[in-house]
Design a protein around this ligand. Sequence first.
Ligand SMILES: [Zn+2]
Length: 211
Amino acid sequence: MGHWLFQRNCPLCSRPATALVCPKCEADVASQPYSSAVITSVGLRVYVWGTYRDRLRRLLELLKYAREPALGDWLGERVGRWWLNRGYPRHGYWVAAVPIHPERRQERGYNQAERIARGFSDRTGLPFYDCLARARATPALHGLNPEQRQLTLHGAFKLIRPVNQRSILLVDDILTTGSTLRACATELERSNCTSVEAVVVARPAFNRSDR
Ligand SMILES: [Zn+2]
């Protein structure tokens, strides 16, 4: 039982697990893909993997607030596997993460969207391209309507590498109104990229902001 010492508990159900997530939780998380591409109200095509609820919701919360960066790699790999199974493009996209502010990154230890994006990139073979940064900190968007979000996010992102003639696939953890993705896309489009689309891990089943 020498391996026993190296076991840890599954972060989702607290049962002992030899893998990052125990097989039961893995099956649960992987069994609920949303499996669709949606056009958001901000005019952006977003590929959505799962629904923001139950274990997947818990997993995303742990990734964001509990210093569990490996869960981001794990999720990115899962989404990448789904991407390939769905027959989505294996070439032509450059993968970029929605950036967080350096201060938040320091608090958290990593950018969760970047961990997902890198896991996704490793799995799909679509190259990771670090081209966006936060130009300034923005307050939390929670509770703001779409117009307020747009104002808050205006000029929040800046380009740090050229994107001319590239098709960018933005990666983020959760899709709510799409305002953040839109703000990133606007910055990319101003710099003559060919196209911008996005892939996210999860979307709430009922999006209050859409009503
Ligand atoms: Zn578990």
